[in-house]
Structure formats: C-alpha cells, structure tokens
Design a protein around this ligand. Structure first.
Ligand SMILES: [Fe+2]
Length: 313
C-alpha cells in the first residue's frame, strides 16, 4: 500500500494551504475589483398580449440601482450611459436607487444620466435609497437632466397611431429585507396600490401598460391582467450567487423568486434587473451588473409559444 513519508505529507499540506490561499485571494480580488464593473447587456424578447402592430419590435433599455456613492463612480455611470446609447433603444427606463443612502450624490448621477438619449424619452421612478434621503432633491436633479420622473403618475408614449402607457409608482421606503412579512409590506404599500388603481382608471382596455416600480414585491399586489409588464430592480440579484443555493441574502419577502430576470406571477410578467451599482459589501460574484435591452413582441408573432413569453433569440 502507498504510504506518505512525513516530509511528503508536510509538503502536500503546505502546497494545499498555499493553493487555497492564492485561490481565495484571486476570488476576492475578482469579486471586489472585476465583476462589479463587468457590465452584461441582456436582451430578452418579451411577448405581450396587448401589443399593437406599431409596437412590434419596440426596444426599451432598462437600467436600475445605479447607487452612485462610495462604491460607484461617475465614470462607471458614464460608461453605462455610453453603452445604453450605443444600443439605440426606442425608450429608456430607470427603476430607482440612483444614490447610495444620500442625496448628495444625486447631482453627479443626474449629470451623467443627462447624456441618455432615446426618441421616446427617458423615464424614471425612485427607489428606497432615494426616498430614504431627500427625494425632492433627487427628483429635481433628475428632472433638470431631462429625465421624466413618474411619482405615482402615468404618461402615454405615442408611437405612430399607437400608445404605450407608462405607470410609475414611487417606492415607499419599506423593503422586506431578510424575509420580512408580506402582510407588513402590503400595509406599507397600500397607498401605492390605491394610487396605481387611480392611474389605471380610464386607460382604454386594449392599450398596453408597463409598470415602473423599484421593488418587485409590489407586483404581488397588482390587480389581475391590468399590467402587461412590470420593470423592477432592488434585489441586485443578491450580488453574490452561489451554485445550488442562489443568493444567500436577498431583500424580498419572497425568497429567491424576484432575484433577477423574468418572472411570471399570477398577476403579470415582471422583469427584475440585477442593477448597475452595488451596496455594502461592495462585491459581486456570479451576478454581473446588468443593462437590459427588452424587445417587445406580440403573441401573434409566428412561432411564439403561448406558455413561454420569453422568445428564443
Ligand atoms: Fe438598490
């Protein structure tokens, strides 16, 4: 039988420890320095039931959770703005958390966002980090930069003879962090749900509606089949995603459900952007920052599987 000498055993042990240390160091450097700035452009094609012909192939660039502050620099936002403009979207939407805890970052963030350009405009809603600080200042800075901030408001985007309704619900600041109770969430978001009911009023039943709301948990409170697609952020994909486990920490009342990507709940379709920036701890692993370029398709498009609204590329 093969036996190790004491010296060989020591050499192997030291080698193992050193390899482990180097591997951990490289992994840490990757999660801290590389992945947080390695932006991925995702391109889901999403089929909506209520899509007029004029909107077939319409593109929406979706950015979320920029979090300008100690971990995200103006030049990071500048690069993302350049990437978004290069995609030539028809419309750009921003679903909140422009700053990290303080409105003192909002002017610098808005200055970069002023360069965003799309023929149908740039729309935004605020996230929890924005309303936790000075929401009025964040809104003023964004509006001065040409961003249309929807504060429990709606606007119709006209494309040819068709209309696409954008309904923007502002974050209430209450987040189901670390698995809060949804009953508490519902109580804190009740006024937002009432505001949305008012916004839906008098929209012609055959015209498509897209909801912009930072926190995807709110989509569990939507009325059935009134919203065609909800665009959200907030969860950052968890920032760290482990094989078989997913994200160890996720600010949602629904576990991993709204971590990232397209979710079909019983009321609507929800797309959750993983965010551009990050919060403490400032690391990303297996969860790159995201710019989403959504292409709208009709269910009438040939070869669309009605049970699967995400179309193959
Ligand atoms: Fe966020």
């Amino acid at each position: 039988m093969f036996a190790l000498s004491r010296r060989s055993f020591l050499k192997l042990s030291i080698g193992g420890i050193l390899s482990g240390a180097v591997f951990s160091l490289l992994g840490g450097l990757y999660a801290l320095r590389i992945e947080p700035r390695w932006v991925e452009v995702t391109r889901p094609r999403i089929a909506l039931r209520r899509l007029p012909k004029a909107l077939e192939g319409f593109t929406i660039a979706h950015l979320s959770d920029i979090h300008l502050g100690p971990y995200v620099r103006p030049q990071d936002v500048r690069m993302a703005v350049w990437m978004v403009n290069a995609l030539k979207p028809d419309l750009i939407v921003l679903t909140g958390d422009f700053v990290y805890h303080s409105a003192r970052y909002s002017a610098a963030c808005a200055k970069e966002l002023a360069s965003l350009s799309a023929p149908c405009g740039v729309y935004a809603v605020l996230g929890n980090h924005d309303v936790w600080t000075d929401a009025g200042k964040v809104v003023r800075d964004l509006r001065e930069a040409g961003v249309r901030v929807l504060r429990n408001e709606r606007e119709a985007v006209e494309i040819g003879d068709a209309r696409l309704w954008l309904l923007g619900i502002e974050d209430t600041g209450y987040t189901g962090f670390l698995g809060g109770f949804f009953s508490d969430f519902q109580a804190m978001w009740q006024k937002a749900a009432q505001a949305l009911a008012g916004l839906l009023d008098e929209i012609p039943p055959d015209e498509p509606r897209i909801l912009l709301v930072h926190n995807p948990d709110f989509t569990e409170m939507l009325p059935d089949e009134q919203i065609d697609l909800a665009l959200c952020g907030h969860t950052h994909g968890g920032q760290v995603r482990l094989p078989f486990i997913g994200a160890p920490v996720l600010p949602s009342c629904f576990g991993q459900k709204y971590a990232a990507g397209l979710v079909s709940n019983e009321h609507t379709l929800v797309y959750v952007n993983r965010g551009l920036g990050l919060i403490y701890p400032p690391i990303r692993f297996n969860c790159r920052p995201e710019i989403t370029l959504i292409q709208l398709k009709s269910f009438l498009t040939p070869s669309v599987d009605l049970t699967n609204p995400v179309l193959p590329l």
